[in-house]
Design a binder for this molecule. Structure first.
Ligand code: FAD
Length: 441
C-alpha cells in the first residue's frame, strides 16, 4: 500500500510490546500445524490475488479449479474425511484449515467449500458405505468435482418447500427426477456451470403416490464435459463477487437414476417400493438430515472472522504510517492512529474480532466433539446447531461492517484493487446470505 513512510521509532511510532509468537500460538490454538500448511500454500499461490482482476471469467474459474486441486494434493482440504478414504479424520482441523484459507482469494475458499464441505459433506453425512466407497476417494483429490444442489429459484431459505420431484419407479427400480417448472430449477449452485460432474440433488421423494419429504440423491449431471441426458444446465453468469466460482442452474427432465442413488443414511426405499426410515416423524427426519450439514455454517462463520482480520490488518498498518494534519503550525503531521476518532473506528472492531475469533473456537470445538462422537448427547447437538446459527450471523455481519469501515479508514488508497478491499467487499458480502440467511437464522 502506498503510504507516507514506513513506521520507525524516529518517526514517532513506538513498537508495542507484544509477544507475537505467543499471540500467534494462542490464536492458532490446537490446529497450528494445519493452519501453517494452509498459510504456506497461500504464499505459494499468492499470485491469484492479482490474477483475479486480470483474467477473463472462464480463465479465472479454471485457475481457481486448478488451485483447489493443487491444494487438495497437500491434504489441507481433506481433513474432515475418514482416513480410510484418504482424508485426515479430524473434523476440527478441517474447519481450521477452511478458516485459514480465508486469508487468501475468497473464490478459492468458496470453491473448496462447495467441493469438500457441501458436496463431500453431503456424501459423507447423508450417504452410507456404498456412496462413500463410490465417491469419497475421487472427490477428496478433486478428480471428481461435484455440486450441492439444494436451493431453487423459488425456494432458498424454506428448503422444506422445494419443488424438484424424485418419483420411485418400482418396475425399473429407479428414481425419476423432474423439475416441474422454472421456480423449481436449481439455482446459484456452485460447480454447476462448468466443472461439476455429479450433484447431490435435494428433491421431494414420492413413493407409490405418497410424498415422503425432501431427500438427497446423487445425480450425474455431465458426461465427457457435456450435460448428461435429460439435464439442462445454465450459467448464472457474473456475480457481485466470487467470480472464480462457476454458479449455475440445473433442470431435470425425467432423469432416471438407480435406487442406490438415494443417500440413504436416514431413509431408504426397498426394491419393491416400500419407504423405510428409523425416524418416524417427517419433520424430525428433515431437520436431522439438515443438522448433519451444520459444518458448512460453522465454516463460513470462521472464514468471515478471518476476512475481517485481513481488512483490519491493512487498515491498521496504514493508520500507523499515514500522516494527515499537523497539530500546531511547524509541527509534524500526525499519524492517523493517534487520532481519537480513528482509534474509535478501528480499535472496537479489532476487539470484537478477537472476541468473535474465540467464539468461533467454541463452536468449532463443539462441532468437533459432536461429529467425532466425543459428545453423544442429543441436546448437545441441538445446542451446537443454535450456536452455529448465531455465531455465523454475528461473524458474517461483522465482516461486512468491518471491511467497509477499513476501506474508508484507508481513504482513496482503500479504493484501489491492489489494496484488496474491492475483492474483500464483493466476495464476502454473500456470506450473510448463503449457508442460511442471517435474518432467517
Ligand atoms: C454466490 C452464491 C452461492 C450459492 N451456492 C449455493 C450452492 O452451492 N448450493 C445451494 O443449494 N445453494 C447455494 N446458494 C443459495 C443460497 O444458499 C440462498 O441464496 C440462500 O439460502 C437464501 O435463499 P434465497 O436466495 O431464496 O433468499 P430468500 O429466502 O428469498 O430471502 C430473501 C430475503 O427475505 C428474508 N426472509 C426470508 N424468509 C423470511 C422469513 N420467514 N421471515 C423474515 N424474513 C425472511 C431473508 O432474510 C432475505 O433478506 C448460493 C447463493 C449464492 C448467491
Amino acid at each position: 500500500m502506498v503510504t507516507d513512510e514506513a513506521p520507525t521509532e524516529a518517526s514517532g511510532y513506538v513498537q508495542p510490546e507484544i509477544d507475537v509468537p505467543a499471540l500467534a500460538a494462542l490464536l492458532d490454538g490446537e490446529y497450528a500445524e494445519i493452519r501453517e500448511l494452509v498459510r504456506s500454500n497461500l504464499k505459494t499461490y499468492a499470485s491469484i490475488l492479482e490474477e483475479a482482476d486480470e483474467l477473463s471469467l472462464d480463465a479465472y474459474r479454471e485457475r481457481v479449479r486448478e488451485l483447489v486441486v493443487e491444494m487438495a494434493a497437500t491434504g489441507q482440504t481433506g481433513m474432515g474425511f475418514p482416513r480410510e478414504y484418504g482424508g485426515g479424520g479430524d473434523v476440527g482441523a478441517s474447519i481450521a484449515a477452511f478458516e485459514t484459507l480465508a486469508f487468501g482469494d475468497l473464490s478459492v475458499l468458496v470453491k473448496v467449500g462447495v467441493q469438500f464441505g457441501l458436496f463431500g459433506g453431503a456424501i459423507l453425512q447423508l450417504g452410507t458405505e456404498r456412496h462413500h466407497d463410490a465417491y469419497l476417494p475421487d472427490l477428496i483429490t478433486g478428480k471428481l468435482m461435484g455440486c450441492f444442489a439444494m436451493t431453487e429459484t423459488g425456494h432458498g431459505s424454506n428448503v422444506q418447500a422445494l419443488g424438484t420431484v424424485a418419483r420411485y419407479d418400482a418396475r425399473s427400480q429407479e428414481f425419476v427426477l423432474t423439475t416441474p417448472g422454472e421456480e423449481a430449477r436449481k439455482d446459484y449452485i456452485g460447480n454447476a456451470a462448468r466443472h461439476g460432474e455429479v450433484a447431490v440433488v435435494f428433491a421431494q421423494l414420492e413413493v407409490d403416490g405418497t410424498s415422503e419429504g425432501v431427500h438427497a440423491f446423487v445425480v450425474p449431471i455431465r458426461a465427457g464435459g457435456e450435460p448428461a441426458p435429460g439435464v439442462r444446465i445454465e450459467d448464472d453468469g457474473r456475480k457481485m463477487g466470487l467470480n472464480g466460482v462457476d454458479n449455475g442452474r440445473l433442470h431435470f427432465d425425467g432423469v432416471r437414476i438407480p435406487r442406490e442413488a438415494l443417500l440413504n443414511r436416514f431413509a431408504d426405499v426397498t426394491p419393491e417400493g416400500v419407504y423405510e426410515s428409523p425416524i418416524d416423524n417427517p419433520n424430525r427426519r428433515f431437520f436431522t438430515m439438515l443438522g448433519t450439514l451444520v459444518q458448512g455454517r460453522v465454516s463460513v462463520g470462521g472464514a468471515a472472522v478471518n476476512a475481517a482480520k485481513v481488512a483490519l490488518t491493512v487498515a491498521t498498518r496504514y493508520a500507523t504510517r499515514r500522516r494527515q494534519f499537523e497539530p500546531a503550525p511547524g509541527e509534524r503531521e500526525q499519524l492517523l492512529l493517534d487520532y481519537g476518532l480513528h482509534q474509535r473506528r478501528l480499535l472496537p472492531l479489532i476487539a470484537r474480532t478477537y472476541a468473535l475469533h474465540f467464539a468461533q473456537d467454541v463452536v468449532r470445538t463443539r462441532l468437533h466433539e459432536v461429529f467425532s462422537g466425543i459428545e453423544t448427547d442429543a441436546q448437545a447437538r441441538r445446542e451446537l446447531e443454535a450456536r452455529a446459527a448465531g455465531t455465523k450471523a454475528l461473524t458474517t455481519w461483522h465482516a461486512t461492517r468491518t471491511i467497509q469501515e477499513c476501506r474508508e479508514a484507508c481513504g482513496g488508497a482503500g479504493y484501489l484493487s491492489v489494496n484488496r478491499f474491492a475483492a474483500l467487499k464483493s466476495d464476502s458480502d454473500i456470506f450473510t446470505t448463503f449457508e442460511g440467511d442471517n435474518h432467517v437464522l
